[in-house]
Design a protein around this ligand. Structure first.
Ligand code: MN
Length: 439
């Protein structure tokens, strides 16, 4: 089901790109995440590349230098496309084969390509763009800890609804407002009603929050009417990124019944620029979350022994907050939570099998997000709503400022990485956004 560990994951590999060999880099030669960029300050067509240390290996340049000739024409064409959709559409064989080739090309012991071929662009000199044309976006709710924490706040006597342990809950998100890391987020306006008031009012959200999530971008899609079985579900995943599902809690509380979130979420969703492939994540696979005694077994279409054994990913996500005052005083961003994706109640494969179980078609470039990644321990809650217990336990920042929800000019930074003994650390870069006032 999942991609197996191979030579490209070998800890001993070194690259002729020096910055890729530094211990704390997000992008060692074992990672090779895909992204889309253009030279900063230009309006040239975008092109695809692979992050390596502090550089981007430009696949269009690789093509023109004749380095991709071993591949079928359609894969060569996908490498010179303006986004990742054509490569995604080819399926996992294509990204896998390309990874093997690029890993060899970038290796230390290999001849560095001639200097006429300018294959590298410094990340600092590039404008990063959305990795794919994202046609559809679905947001799940796969952490039982998040669901329980939220349920307790909204329904103290009945925190977890009876369907939760039977199916991965989700809603259809808004694809048009997905933005790349670094895009400022304008505080949304909307209807909100506090219990003391008898009628709602319209204005800027007072309870703006983030949700730290893991997103997976779909590779090969499925035909309408053709469900994806759980055991082949992962072959439809191109790779993973970080997601911030910005949420206006006051708007959400007033609008969410009976049809779920709408304007509380659709004003913006931020994703990180680099898509880390399942090949790069192969060493960090782990068992699916182990259900408590007494929890129901998943129905057959959501059950597979392979998934139980290795459907999880030990990916740590952390959230850092940086207020305007902290920036002025030169104080570093403050880590307010960290959690592991391995604690999700539902796996990626189960989410995909469920999503398509009614025949719904997924398409290359679709974004499927996991839902807020919250763990069981204190300090692992993936939203301010949970951390502050809906405002009753404020966070104190190093400046003495208190936070219940996000203030204007607050910057939220999500980072993600996988670490394991005898393997290179694989990083996700960052998913960052700053809150602008509603005006
Ligand atoms: Mn969410």
């Amino acid at each position: 089901m999942s991609r197996s560990i191979d030579k490209t994951n070998d800890f001993s590999l070194r690259s002729w790109v020096e910055s890729a060999n530094q211990k704390d880099t997000d992008f060692p030669i074992q990672n090779l995440p895909f992204g889309v960029f253009r030279d900063r300050g230009t309006t040239q067509n975008s092109r695809i590349g692979v992050a390596i240390g502090d550089q981007i290996l430009d696949l269009t340049s690789c093509y023109h230098a004749g380095l991709l000739q071993e591949f079928p024409e359609q894969l060569q064409a996908a490498c010179t496309a303006s986004n990742l959709n054509p490569l995604m559409a080819l399926g996992s064989w294509a990204s896998s084969a390309l990874r093997t080739c690029l890993s060899e090309l970038l290796r230390w012991n290999r001849h560095k390509p001639s200097s006429e071929a300018k294959l590298l662009v410094p990340i600092m000199e590039a404008e990063l763009l959305l990795p794919a044309d994202i046609g559809d976006y679905t947001d799940f709710y796969a952490s039982i800890f998040h669901a329980t924490n939220l349920g307790k706040l909204f329904r103290p006597n009945n925190p977890l609804l009876p369907n939760y342990k039977y199916l991965p809950i989700a809603y259809h998100g808004r694809a048009s407002s997905i933005v790349l890391s670094g895009t400022p987020i304008k505080r949304p306006q909307g209807q909100r009603k506090v219990p003391e008031d008898s009628v709602p009012s319209f204005g800027p959200s007072q309870l703006l929050d983030y949700e730290v999530e893991v997103g997976f971008l779909i590779g090969a899609g499925n035909e309408l009417g053709q469900p994806i079985p759980i055991d082949t579900a992962e072959s439809h995943v191109f790779g993973l990124c970080l997601v911030n599902d910005w949420s206006a809690r006051d708007i959400q509380t007033w609008e969410y019944q009976p049809l779920g979130p709408f304007l509380a979420k659709s004003f913006a969703t931020t994703i990180s620029p680099w898509v880390v492939t399942l090949e790069a994540l192969a060493p960090f696979r782990c068992p699916a979350f182990s259900r408590s005694q007494g929890d129901p077994l998943p129905l057959p279409y959501l059950y597979s022994s392979t998934n139980t054994r290795q459907g999880g990913i030990d990916l740590t996500v952390e959230v850092l907050l940086h207020s305007a005052q902290m920036r002025e005083q030169g104080i570093e961003p403050f880590c307010i939570s960290h959690a592991s994706f391995r604690q999700m109640y539902w796996t990626m494969a189960q989410m995909i099998a469920h999503h398509t179980s009614n025949g719904c078609n997924l398409q290359p470039g679709d974004l499927v997000a996991s839902g807020t990644v919250s763990g069981a321990e204190e300090g692992s809650q993936g939203s301010l709503l949970e951390i502050t217990r809906r405002g009753s336990q404020p966070i104190k920042l190093a400046t003495g400022e208190m936070r219940i929800f996000l203030a204007d000019a607050d910057e939220v930074i999500i980072r993600g990485y996988c670490k394991k003994e005898n393997y290179a650390r694989v990083g996700f870069g960052k998913c960052q956004g700053i809150v602008l006032s509603a005006e």
